[in-house]
Design a protein around this ligand. Structure first.
Ligand SMILES: Nc1ncnc2c1ncn2[C@@H]1O[C@H](COP(=O)(O)OP(=O)(O)OP(=O)(O)O)[C@@H](O)[C@H]1O
Length: 721
């Protein structure tokens, strides 16, 4: 250790001791106060405050901070060291400087946004812009109260003043376990801008594979909860992710950031729960296997493919049109007569429905009208001249009231949806003219599905929208903020629909068009989503640096995009070099033995997570079975999987999206499995970009043209020595 580093280390060791002592003292003092369990409201509030502090201090005591920033606010004449941690801790005695500053506090933003240079730096505080000079930016690793590492990424007094990536590269080089982790100590400036962006905007983020989209979204939620404590609550925030296993994979980050209770769901689960249907959704595996494992030619993806059409704003408008027209003709075309001689004119009922109850949602209006009809009957019954007549009238009224109610439309989403698809045959109250805009192929396939009581994921936006059109969105169904991960697989209809459920267009929408392997339902351009919002309500960010993989893996994957997709957005690597991407021919050893040998070799290198990616689920199952039978402890990941166990896995490439592994083996990287289409190239791209440290591609037949073979700096041929 040279002298400067040694003295920095000693300084930080002393500071750590002092900090822990103070945190311990504060904690001990709080713990000595008996927990209040009584009914006095004021005492309860005080107890809640103490409990919150107890939790914060207990969290802080193990790793109180991870960074230090020496900053001199302009005009103050002295620089102060600010220690930044996952949770803020005030000093026991009030001073203007906390013991540890929460990473989400305005001043802490400098720790992330400062990118070097002699000139003044600034941050935005509630009082306005604060300017000053940064003297030192230091990363500090503390584990279980032990100071492990001190690394200066900027020092004004040193001859290398630029902010260095060294600490980031050290962090990225670590092996990963089975869960995504927080990145508070190394958030990059481009990510910080997104995390701290204003709340009431639909943020659309195009980020290359491994650029930290998922991670950034989770940190943004923690930031919003801190910054807008009074306006937002965790229970009213939701993250939509592609499947339950992915939700499990990301489930550690928010608790690590001290945030709980945020809702996490797939869109399907959320929609099915809201709709409360008796029916079950058709198994999405059917659709996946059609698109990813079909033997024959797949249809061209046009706007008329069911997934694309049912996700379009055009479809949303057709539904709105249908319900509007149905609304006009809702009141049955007849006067209501409970028994001969008594008549409630239709005009009167129309007045109730169209004027008096207009502010209510459609379904409620019908309910109110029917309740009023009932009250009218009761008044009329009072005119009965005798008990016998009364009995007779009551009997008739009861039957006719029921029959009259049945003449009203049924404001129930599935019934309405079925009627829309029946309208083409003229067999429903829905306007044929509106329905005629639905492409014939969609009409036919959906009508058949609905006849068989089958609903698919792609029908859910429509069903929820119909629900909204007739019931409106209940106050307690509204969100303060919505995060959509892997948003390239969502449709404009999904977003427009969710916009009805979120206050102030408060969205974080993240995805990567280059990973758009579900193009038969997802968006092809971000404008499809951004155009749904007025310019002042949407913002677009691009993340181009990839933090996950080594330079070799990224350069290799970029070539797949350049040669195989042409329009793909390529990634810029962080300067982290590793082994070349290995290309291995199964050769004489054959496929099964080679895959086993590859897995064993990589496991032998002490990686914590290694995966074999196959082209189809069928192949994944076969490889998994074979490896298990030969004594290798590997997990199979299929689309029903709810938990991500980490370790060694076999899975089809299309299910690997969003995940990452220390080492990845792509099985069958040949032309028979990855054809010449852009779609196939995207699939291979997704697979390759899952690798953090090592990527091996194995093949029997010829490799696809977009696989880089001749660049010695990026690829190596054959087995390792
Ligand atoms: N600033 C950072 N510091 C350290 N690690 C980071 C940083 N940003 C991202 N990472 C790491 O990079 C990896 C990729 O992050 P993440 O999964 O959030 O990216 P993504 O953009 O959602 O990826 P993909 O689209 O490929 O699924 C994770 O291991 C994450 O911890």
């Amino acid at each position: 250790m040279d002298d400067t580093i040694q003295s920095a280390y000693q300084e930080e060791e002393q500071r750590l001791k002092d900090t822990m002592k103070e945190v311990d003292q504060q904690l001990a003092k709080l713990q000595s106060v008996p927990v209040y369990t009584g009914h006095d409201f004021t005492e309860q509030v005080l107890e809640a405050g103490r409990e919150e502090r107890r939790q914060r201090l207990s969290k802080s005591v193990k790793e109180p901070y991870f960074g230090r920033l020496d900053f001199e606010e302009l005009g103050t004449g002295s620089s102060k060291p600010l220690y930044i941690g996952k949770v803020g801790v005030d000093r026991e005695e009030y001073t203007d400087q906390p013991l540890v500053i929460d990473w989400r506090a305005p001043v802490a933003s400098l720790f992330y946004s400062f990118t070097g240079g002699e000139g003044p730096a600034e941050y935005e505080s509630p009082e306005g812009i604060i300017e000053g000079l940064v003297y030192l930016k230091r990363n500090i690793v503390i584990r279980q109260q032990i100071l492990e590492r001190v690394a200066d990424t900027y020092n004004r007094d040193s001859d290398q003043p630029a902010v260095s990536d060294e600490f980031l590269v050290y962090r990225l080089g670590e092996n990963k376990d089975n869960k995504l982790r927080d990145i508070v100590s190394t958030i990059q400036a481009e990510q910080d801008r997104i995390i701290r962006a204003a709340r009431n905007t639909a943020l659309i983020i195009q980020g290359v594979a491994g650029s930290g989209k998922t991670t950034v979204a989770l940190h943004r939620l923690a930031f919003l909860l801190y910054q807008y404590k009074e306006q937002v609550s965790a229970e009213k925030m939701i993250i939509f992710a592609p499947n339950n296993m992915f939700l499990d994979y990301i489930s550690n980050v928010l608790p690590e950031l001290g945030v709980g209770d945020i809702q996490q769901s797939t869109f399907s689960d959320w929609a099915m729960n809201l709709l409360d249907l008796e029916l079950r959704l058709a198994d999405p595996a059917e659709t996946l296997s059609y698109w990813f494992e079909g033997e024959g030619e797949l249809p061209e993806i046009t706007e008329e493919v069911p997934g694309r059409f049912k996700g379009s704003i055009a479809f949303m408008e057709i539904l709105r049109d249908c319900i509007k027209r149905m609304e006009i003709s809702s009141v049955p075309d007849m006067d209501f007569s409970p028994w001969d001689g008594a008549v409630l004119p239709r005009a009167e009922i129309v007045k109730w429905f169209e004027e008096e109850y207009k502010p209510y949602p459609l379904a409620k209006r019908k309910e109110r009208v029917m309740a009023r009809v009932h009250r009218w009957i009761e008044m009329e019954l009072k005119k009965a001249p005798s008990a016998a007549v009364l009995k007779e009238w009551k009997k008739k009224a009861s039957a006719r009231e029921k029959a009259y109610g049945n003449k009203w439309p049924k404001y129930e989403p599935l019934t309405l949806y079925k009627q829309i698809f029946k309208a083409a045959k003229g067999a429903s109250p829905m306007p044929e003219e509106a329905v005629s805009q639905i492409p014939k192929s969609v009409l036919k396939s959906t009508a058949l599905d609905l006849k068989n009581n089958v609903i698919r994921e792609e029908d859910l936006p429509a069903l929820v929208y119909l629900h909204v059109l007739v019931h409106e969105v209940d106050g307690n169904q509204r969100f303060d903020h919505v995060v959509i991960d892997e948003a390239q697989d969502f449709s404009p209809f999904h977003i427009a629909l969710l916009d009805l459920f979120v206050k102030g267009h408060s969205f974080t929408i993240l995805g990567d068009l280059s990973q758009g392997i579900h193009a038969y339902r997802g968006v092809h351009q971000w404008e499809e989503m951004s155009s749904l919002f007025a310019p002042e309500y949407n913002d677009y960010f691009a993340l181009t640096r990839s933090y996950r993989s080594t330079m070799e893996v990224i350069e290799f994957a970029n070539t797949i995009l350049e040669k195989g997709v042409q329009s793909g957005i390529t990634a810029v690597p962080v300067f982290r070099s590793g082994d070349g991407v290995r290309l291995i021919d199964y050769g004489q050893e054959g496929r099964e033995a080679s895959l086993k040998k590859a897995m064993e070799t990589l496991i032998g290198k002490d990686y914590r997570t290694v995966s074999i990616l196959t082209r189809s689920l069928r192949e994944a199952k076969a490889v998994h079975e074979r490896l298990r039978s030969e004594g290798l402890e590997v997990n199979l990941i299929d689309d029903g999987k709810k938990q991500y166990e980490g370790g060694y896995s076999v899975l089809p490439v299309y299910l690997s999206k969003g995940l990452e592994f220390d080492a990845v083996i792509v099985a069958d990287a040949d032309q028979a499995h990855y054809g010449s289409s852009a779609w196939d190239a995207k699939l291979l791209y997704v697979g390759c970009t899952r690798a953090l440290h090592e990527l091996w591609l194995m093949n029997g037949e010829d490799r696809p043209h977009y696989v880089e073979q001749d660049n010695d700096e990026v690829v190596v041929e054959g087995w390792p020595e």
